[in-house]
Design a protein around this ligand. Structure first.
Ligand code: FEO
Length: 450
């Protein structure tokens, strides 16, 4: 399709020549193109495939290889690598990120360049061992942290610890003299274009933002920490592990990350905190109006507590996307659902499943609803909220069929206790502990890697 155009426009056709591409003096792209990929990690759509970018850096004392490629593209990677160096010249292999799309060729590279030192972040050793499955005495590596440097003679490689971008192990590597940042997944995107450089490829803005939304957004706080390390650096070029190499005004992409990490903040940061207000959003669905009446009573009870701003949304329209930004900024979420066929209703589950891109740590959750005979929806929702790492300090409230005056009063009391839990004035209901957490509140199941 457009592959011929790429070649004509750029004069560079890595897919055809299979040679390395010079991106700066002594620095080559030795990655691979995967134009037919349509789904990455099972969840990301890729409209025109992706690239697995790897790099070779030559210094006066030898060569550094920065990242590798997915295993099935190893032959291409080694052909490109061999076009710029002998294996005996490779001094170090730097792994910015151990996900298999960047370490697939690593075992063979270690076999071909056994003298090369492996350089990984401080968070990476356990993962490296899980990946390579060596006995302890077979695996040799050095760990590095922010501002550690290694020398290739006339050039230095400096490391920036950037955990959770996109795994706990991730780091960036900065080639100091050339002002090149090998950024790993950061500033990457799934966009395959043989023209390779951002000033030559097609318009990849959508892919860049889409990648951020699905890979980086859950780790916004870590993105902001990483930006503090990256923004002060002089940058001539950013070389990520996916998508175009950013040589034209690379700082625009750094700025875009800052924009995206603060986007959707309808209130200025600190708006509610500055007024000592906390926010509660109540979502509900109602078949015959009973759960709706409960929802209104829950809101009335919550509003009776000063310092709590309450919002009520009916999910009848079935849309979830508009609420994700709101939820990200809320302090507490309550979900009202009737029980239908032993389950909560689909729009509620859809909304909860859309929250994988949001950091929900520290938020309070609650569930309520009307039911006919079995009433499973409320406990099921509570379990899901705990699974998402919300605290559930107020036990769920269920009402059989149409709420009585007393039950509406209970609903108001439920809302009041919920609001008090948000403001920290709760006296009688101990917080229910959430599931075990890592230091980011995100669960990454590495058992899925197989
Ligand atoms: Fe491209 Fe997180 O690996």
């Amino acid at each position: 399709m457009i592959r011929e155009q790429h070649t004509n426009l750029s004069g560079i056709s890595p897919g055809q020549t299979e040679g390395a591409v010079s991106i700066a003096d002594g620095v080559h792209w030795i990655g691979a193109m995967d134009p037919n990929l349509r789904s990455f990690d099972m969840i990301l759509r890729t409209a025109n495939g992706t690239t697995y970018n790897a790099y070779a850096v030559r210094g006066s004392d030898g060569v550094a290889v920065v990242d590798t490629v997915k295993a099935e593209f190893s032959d291409t990677f080694f052909r490109r690598l061999e076009s710029v160096t002998r294996y005996s010249e490779i001094q170090v292999i730097i792994l910015n990120h151990l996900e298999p799309d960047h370490t697939g060729a690593l075992p063979e590279l270690m076999r071909r360049a056994p003298q090369a030192r492996l350089i990984i972040s401080q968070r990476a050793p356990a993962m490296l061992k899980a990946l390579l499955k060596p006995s302890d005495d077979e695996l040799d590596y050095d760990t590095v942290n922010t501002n550690d440097e290694i020398s290739l003679g006339d050039r230095r490689l400096r490391f920036l610890h950037t955990p959770f971008l996109h795994w706990p192990d991730t780091q960036c590597t900065y080639l100091v003299e050339a002002q090149i940042l090998f950024s790993g997944d950061v500033f990457g995107c799934h966009y395959c274009d043989e023209r390779l450089f951002n000033d030559r490829v097609g318009d990849f803005r959508f892919s860049f933002d889409y990648y951020y939304a699905h890979i980086m957004r859950p780790f916004k706080a870590h993105v902001m920490d990483a930006l503090k390390l990256i923004e002060p650096l002089p940058l001539k070029l950013v070389a990520p592990t996916h998508g175009p190499i950013l040589r034209d005004r690379p700082r625009r992409y750094v700025a875009r990350y800052r924009e995206l990490s603060t986007a959707g903040q309808i209130f200025e940061p600190g708006f509610l905190a500055g007024t000592e207000q906390r926010s509660l959003i109540v979502f509900y669905m109602s078949a015959y109006g009973s759960t709706a009446r409960m929802a209104e009573a829950v809101c009335a009870g919550a509003e009776s507590v000063s310092g709590v701003r309450v919002s009520l949304y009916d999910l009848e329209g079935g849309e979830t996307e508009p609420f994700v930004d709101l939820i990200e900024q809320a302090d507490a979420l309550a979900f009202g659902s009737p029980t239908v066929n032993g389950d909560a209703v689909k729009p509620i589950w859809d909304l909860l499943s859309s929250l994988a891109v949001v950091d929900l740590r520290g938020k309070i959750g609650a569930a309520f609803g009307s039911y006919g005979w079995s009433g499973e929806a409320v406990p099921m929702l509570e379990d899901r909220l705990r699974g998402l790492k919300l605290r559930v300090p107020v036990p769920g409230l269920r009402v059989k069929l149409i709420p009585t005056v007393d039950e509406l009063s209970e609903s108001r009391e439920f809302g009041r206790r919920l609001a008090e839990a948000i403001t920290g004035r709760q006296g009688s209901s101990p917080a229910v502990e959430t599931a075990d957490d890592d230091d980011n509140g995100q669960v990454i199941d590495f058992s899925e890697l197989g």
